[in-house]
Design a binder for this molecule. Structure first.
Ligand code: IMP
Ligand code: MG
Length: 192
């Protein structure tokens, strides 16, 4: 895999990179396969409809680029950016829209494309915010669902993977804005 040099340590694939020890959680092939399945599901469910895919930047930019090519119906796109984390691994708890949609979603069928649901605060905020704009309906497609205790249930209809409560990077997700370009999903074991 190019310049990424993996080591096998106790049967696990580990990448020593940028002074970090990163373990592979979901490899490229598994991501591709699951994203294809999700795209096929959406294609089936939305047959003869024209949903708008609302992608939440920046974390979902790779996911939306991949899943949209597996969706074989006429979809449109819009992008939003929110910030809920500072520059660390801990949630600040505050959700702020830093870039709003370009188009109205009134009477539209919306599919939110998210990278990961952690505490669920970002998603809850987004759904509430978009619901207030009177769309026809809203569904949520999230690549990852982290195993954390939550007070409220999230309305994720299309879910890629359940993952353990670890800080993950790659396939769009970052640690301090880095590692988004890993083609796999990994987690930071510890800093070297
Ligand atoms: P939530 O509001 O706690 O659900 O967090 C949502 C946002 O935090 C996600 O959309 C990500 O951008 C970011 N996030 C949460 N967990 C992780 C992680 O493990 N790695 C990288 N980013 C994360
Ligand atoms: Mg995000």
């Amino acid at each position: 895999m190019g310049l990424y040099k993996f080591k096998k340590i106790n049967g696990e694939k580990v990448l020593i990179y940028d002074n970090m020890k990163i373990k592979v959680l979901i490899d490229e092939k598994k991501l591709r396969r699951r994203v294809r399945e999700l795209g096929q599901e959406i294609t089936r469910d939305y047959k003869d409809r024209n949903p708008v895919l609302v992608s939440v930047l920046r974390g979902s930019f790779i996911f939306i680029a991949d899943i949209c090519r597996e969706i074989k119906i006429p979809v449109t796109f819009d992008f939003m950016a929110v910030s809920s984390y500072g520059n660390s691994k801990a949630s600040s708890g505050i959700v702020r829209i830093t870039k709003d949609l370009e188009f109205s979603i009134e009477n539209k069928e919306v599919i939110i494309i998210e990278d990961i649901v952690d505490s669920g605060r970002t998603l809850n905020y987004l759904v509430k915010n978009l619901q207030a704009r009177n769309p026809k309906n809203i569904e949520v497609c999230a690549l990852l669902d982290k195993d954390v205790p939550r007070k409220t249930e999230n309305k994720v209809k299309y879910k890629g993977f359940d993952i353990p409560n670890k800080f993950v990077v790659g396939y769009g997700l970052d640690f301090e804005e880095k590692y988004r370009n890993f083609p796999f999903l990994g987690y930071i074991e510890n800093e070297q």
